[in-house]
Design a protein around this ligand. Structure first.
Ligand code: GLU
Length: 473
């Protein structure tokens, strides 16, 4: 069996959203699992909607996810170019070939004529499809149409009548389409550019793609693409149509206003391992448990486990993967991840120590910022329970605590000694000892361990906060 070649073929008309990222991940995993190749092709034939900045950004996003490609616009490869806008010569050659063999023909029907035909078909209860007006024109009729036309013709593919096109979808199983339901379709627009599914099918063949995984919204393009490849004598890949990804509100993520892009998650500080692990489980019922590295995910990826029902992206699940991914980071990686989240004015050693001290309590970098502020600037605002706890501990408790802190100087660093001194002076122990101290120092009754945090408070702050706790505002 020849090696698996998969591809991701985004249209650079916007930021990479999570649905597309999942399709890219599945395609990458399939190639990776079977020791095959993964190709990145940019489908930028729609010049008006394609933007260079999106081409750059989506490659950054894919790299960030760890989905590296073996062939693509930046690194080239044997079947380039990998930008469709640079492949028009091959499309033109295929148009000429089809036209010359009578398998495609020029069509001068105007949008108005097409609309009228469509309406009358609908009114007659028939599914709308091209009526065939320009299908069988002879040379003289064509010349007459061309002379009358105010715009250049489109090129239509001549769909063979009375056939059934079948394929075994990698996700949905056997599919059948009657060619009589399809109608001759446009493969070249009036402006000379190729239609999406034409370049898409041709490039898959030219790039030796063996397996296409893509969104379910492309399912009905597949019979057209199979007909085209057959007419051109080109090999067809196996196609698999992945169920769409929905938001928690049930609307497709791709169409949802405000849906977060991969870039949004990345800027918010989500870790690629979390995103990849979450996407892997969306619509893919794998028995693989726990946070996994991409290669382990690849080994556990099976097309049979891809479901047909729409999958729902779930913020809570992503947050849970993020927690696991954050905890799994090495000390060094955690520093890289959280350094930008540290407030200014700290020296490098303080920043590193703060990160180490708070990271167990960090899911997103903003949590690290919040803890750094609490330590370096001021405690979190007290809630009613916190205030009640401080009052219950009483003035004598905090006088003793402040004295214990002062005995260590302006920058107390020995938490066990401090707590032992308070216990000795007040008799408080367990939660009655630790909770009021924690609340006095941070404003909160939970958080990072205080021992490593103690030396990171600004000089004088520990004593001051303990004194302030006598009169909480
Ligand atoms: N450019 C198409 C898209 O972004 C690709 C479809 C396909 O994967 O075949 O939807």
């Amino acid at each position: 069996m020849s090696a698996v070649v998969t591809r991701f073929a985004p249209s650079p008309s916007g930021a990479l959203h999570l649905g597309n990222a999942r399709t890219a991940l599945f395609s990458w995993l399939l190639a990776r699992r079977d020791g095959g190749r993964f190709v990145l092709r940019i489908e930028d034939t729609d010049a008006e909607r394609s933007q260079a900045e999106h081409i750059v950004a989506l490659q950054d996003d894919l790299r960030w996810l760890g989905l590296h490609w073996n062939e693509g616009p930046d690194i080239g490869g044997p079947n380039g170019p990998y930008l469709q806008s640079q492949r028009s010569a091959s499309y033109d050659a295929a148009f000429a070939d089809l036209e010359q063999r009578g398998l495609a023909y020029p069509c001068w029907c105007t949008p108005l004529e097409l609309d009228v035909a469509r309406r009358s078909q609908l009114a007659a209860g028939r599914p709308p499809r091209y009526a065939g007006t320009c299908r069988d024109l002879d040379a003289a009729q064509r010349a007459a149409r061309a002379a009358r036309a105010s715009a250049p013709p489109t090129l239509r593919f001549r769909v063979p009548a009375g056939r059934s096109i079948g394929f075994d979808d990698l996700v949905h199983g056997p599919q059948q389409f009657a060619t009589d339901d399809i109608g001759d379709f446009v493969i070249r627009r009036g402006d000379g550019t190729a239609a999406f599914f034409f370049c898409n099918a041709l490039d898959d063949a030219a790039m030796g793609i063996t397996h296409v995984l893509r969104g379910e919204d492309h399912l009905t393009n597949t019979p057209r693409q199979l007909l085209l490849l057959e007419a051109l004598g080109q090999p067809a890949p196996r196609y698999g149509h992945v169920a769409l990804l929905m938001g928690s509100d049930g609307a497709p993520l791709s169409k949802r206003a405000g849906a977060r892009s991969l870039g949004d998650l990345r800027r918010a500080g989500y870790l690629p391992e979390a995103v990849v692990n979450h996407l892997f489980r969306l619509g893919h019922s794998s028995p693989l448990q726990g946070l996994q590295l991409p290669d382990a995910l690849a080994r556990g990826f099976t097309l049979e486990h891809l479901g047909c029902a729409p999958a729902r992206f779930d913020d809570a699940q992503l947050a849970s993967w993020q927690k696991d991914a954050a905890h799994a980071l090495s000390e060094e990686a955690a520093l890289v991840w959280l350094l930008p989240a540290m407030p200014p004015g700290l020296d490098p050693a303080q920043r590193a120590a703060l990160i180490t001290a708070v990271r167990a309590n960090v899911v997103l970098p903003e949590d690290a910022t919040r803890w750094a502020r609490i330590v370096r600037e001021q405690p979190a605002p007290l809630d009613a329970a916190g205030r009640a706890l401080l009052e219950a501990a009483g003035d004598a408790f905090f006088d003793a605590a402040a004295a214990a802190a002062a005995s260590q100087g302006a920058q107390p660093a020995d938490w066990p000694a401090l707590t032992a001194a308070v216990r000795a002076a007040t008799g408080a122990k367990g939660p009655a000892l630790f909770k009021p101290l924690r609340i006095a120092l941070t404003g909160l009754d939970h958080g990072p361990e205080l021992a490593p945090l103690l030396p990171l408070f600004p000089p004088g702050a520990v004593q001051q906060r303990l004194l302030n706790a006598r009169h909480p505002d």
